[in-house]
Structures are given as C-alpha cells and as structure tokens.
Design a protein around this ligand. Structure first.
Ligand code: GAF
Length: 391
C-alpha cells in the first residue's frame, strides 16, 4: 500500500466509525515545497514552489440537512459539528476545526450554495515543518465541497478562499503561495507564480533532478509573530518608496534610497527585492536545466534569508552547510518556507542522493543533537478527486 492508499484507508475507517455510514467521495490536496522565492508572495512578487506527494485526504458524503460534521482521524477521531444555518463561530482550543470552519464560512460569504456533509480527514504532510499542512487542509475542504455539490468555483478561488480563512478566521497573515500551489500543482513541474496577477507558468523539473526535503526537526518558534513583523517591515518599506508593494522597487532604486530607511527595514527590503530577481532567474535556469546557475541562486537565497531577512536558525544553517559540502556544483540547497526552523530543500542530480543522505545521517545529529527526516519528493498535481464510489 502506498502513502495515499494508507490515508484513504484511515479516512474510510474514521468515516465509518464516526458516522456509521460509507463515504461517496475521496479528495486530496497536497503540501508544497518552495524551491525559491521566500517571503515574496505578500509583496506581490514571484515564487517557484511545487506540490509534493504528501497530502491531506478526505472521505465525504452529502447530507440532506444543513449540518457539517467532520471527524479528524489524526486527532483521535475528534469530531466537530456545526450548522450552515447560523453564524459559524471560532472554536478556541480546537485549532484543526477552525481551518474547516473558516473555509466553510467564507465559501458561504462568497455566495456559494450547498447543504451539509459528513467529512473524515487525515494527512501525512509533516505538521509545523513549513510544508503547508494547514494550506492543504484548507484547500482539501474547499475542494471536497466543490466536488460534492458540483460548485462552479475555480482552483484559484479555492486557494483565495483558503487564504482568507487563514488570514481572517485562523489569524495568520500569510500570502497566497501555499494555497495556490496546493490547489493548482502540476505533476512533474514547479510553478512560477506571479503573486500579483496570480498567473501560473509550469516549468518541468528535469527527470535527472531529485527534489529532496530535509526536516531539521527544529521546532519552529515565534513563527506567527516574527512572520507578521517581517510583513509589516516590508509594507513600511514599500510605503517609503511610495509604491503598492516591494515588487515595484528595482535593485537600483533600492540602492539609491536605502540609506534613508531604518537599517533593519532596508535589510528586509533588500531580501525581497533581490529574491524576486533570483526567483525569475531561477525559473529561467530550471527551464534551461542549468543546474550550476540554479544552485548559485539557491545559495544566494539562503544567504539573503540568513543575513538580511534573518529568518534562519543555527540548525537550519548547519543542515544547509552539510548538504552544500556534498553537492558542490551538482545541486542547490536552501531553507524553504516561512523560517525559524522547519525544512531545507535541495535539488540535485539523482546519482548524488546517497552521498547526501549519508552526510546528513553522519553529521547532523553530532553537530546539533537533533535527528533529521529526509524525504525524496515527487512534484505532484494539485487538489482533486481521488476516487468516487457509487452514490
Ligand atoms: C508561509 C506563508 F504561508 C506563505 O504565504 C509564504 O509567505 C511563506 O511562508 C514564505 O515564503 O508559508
């Protein structure tokens, strides 16, 4: 049984136990890894993520009334239940349920019409590791309701609805990258996303390249507060440049004016402006299968996150150094995701995978006291139906 089949088994079991009934539909939404373009999405900039073969899955069935019931297989089959007929409140102390509630609330607010349903949910995206387990939950719930009730809603709007739930219901001021790649991923490809126009360009990941994610298992501390501070600093920089977002500032404009900014704000702006340039250049390098160029850009991205945006931690820098020393010109490596712990991503020639795994296993624990988890990922499709049973 592969990972997805295991999850399907788990949600079927939870559905039967929770609701004493059989599901009629299975839906999945993937987590993601960002190859390059960090903290650029909420600056209207560019990102280059791919969806991964770790997912959140639902088993679901329509109901004839206005009740939504959800059983969380990963939380001891904990059940949440609410009605579409009244205001959907936030539930302090039951965080998993708020992602579902937020998504349903904003689908209704956007004018979509649907009745109740029973949903069992489970996922294998590592939680709190910066691989978008929450976005995949938001997207899978939106997608499940779309499929059950055949709603006329685009993948882009499922993503925007998920982001709205996260921003306005759960309370994290994230950008659009995670939900959009989870909703729109393309098997075998990374997506260059213009986070202003939401235009997507699929870029094939060459067959001889492997996408490796290494979880530092350094608990991500202060993520939400530091994330929101970074966002405010970027917005303040954009304001001082007199533009809508840092996307609109070029490097030469930045260099002329940087001394007028508070030093810390200048550093944040420098990261975002240079990261946008690197992301576009990396998309070009990937298109041309130019691994040395891509690797150099990933290295610069990491240095910029470490020194200018200041979102890396010692364990992450150590992991990047270990992998970089093995890769040489045969691949690139950098921290991925929001920062302050979590994962690194590396793109490398297939033949060097074994050497990288050995180096991490031999050196990381000795240097940090932590054990890393290594995932070799398949760039995957975005959210969709897995399997329909007879209704
Ligand atoms: C988190 C956020 F959710 C994204 O929107 C993005 O800003 C990312 O951090 C940093 O690139 O995953």
């Amino acid at each position: 049984m592969n990972n997805s089949e295991l999850l399907q088994h788990k949600v079927t079991d939870a559905f039967i136990k929770g609701f004493n009934d059989q599901p009629e539909l299975y839906v999945q939404a993937p987590g993601r890894v960002n190859i390059i373009g960090e903290h650029t999405d909420y600056n209207d900039g560019f990102v280059l993520p791919c969806a991964i073969d770790y997912q959140t899955i639902t088993a679901a069935k329509k109901r004839n009334d206005q009740l939504i019931r959800v059983v969380a297989a990963d939380y001891d089959n904990d059940i949440d239940e609410f009605s579409l007929d009244s205001e959907i409140p936030f539930l302090p102390g039951k965080m998993w349920a708020n992602y579902v509630r937020g998504v349903v609330k904003f689908l209704l607010a956007r004018g979509y019409h649907f009745s109740g349903c029973d949903i069992a949910v489970s996922g294998n995206v590592p939680q709190g590791a910066g691989l978008s387990s929450s976005a995949s939950l938001e997207v899978v719930i939106g997608q499940t309701i779309k499929e059950l009730y055949q709603l006329e809603i685009s993948q882009q709007e499922i993503a925007l609805n998920g982001q709205q739930a996260e921003n306005q219901f759960v309370g994290c001021n994230c950008g659009i990258m995670d939900q959009l790649i989870s909703a729109c991923g393309d098997e075998g490809h990374a997506l260059l996303i213009d986070c202003r126009s939401l235009e997507l360009s699929s870029i094939p990941i060459p067959d001889d390249l492997v996408v490796m994610i290494i979880n530092s298992n350094k608990q991500r501390g202060l993520v939400d507060s530091e994330y929101n501070i970074r966002r405010q600093q970027c917005e303040s920089a954009a304001q001082q440049f007199g533009v809508k977002a840092l996307r609109d500032v070029t490097m030469s404009q930045f260099e002329q004016k940087q001394h007028q900014l508070e030093p810390v704000v200048a550093k944040r702006a420098k990261h975002v402006i240079s990261e946008n340039e690197r992301t576009l250049a990396a998309a070009q390098a990937l298109t041309e299968n130019n691994l040395p160029r891509l690797s150099a850009l990933m290295e610069q991205s990491h240095i910029s996150m470490r020194d200018d945006f200041e979102i890396t931690v010692k364990e992450i820098d150590t992991l990047v150094d270990i992998v970089k020393s093995v890769l040489g010109a045969q691949g690139g490596v950098r921290m991925t995701g929001g920062g302050f712990g979590g994962c690194i991503v590396a793109l490398m020639k297939r033949q060097i995978v074994g050497a990288v795994v050995n180096a991490v296993e031999q050196q990381y624990s000795a240097l940090t006291g932590l054990k890393a988890d290594i995932y070799v990922c398949q760039p995957s499709d975005g959210a969709g139906v897995i399997n329909k049973t007879s209704k």
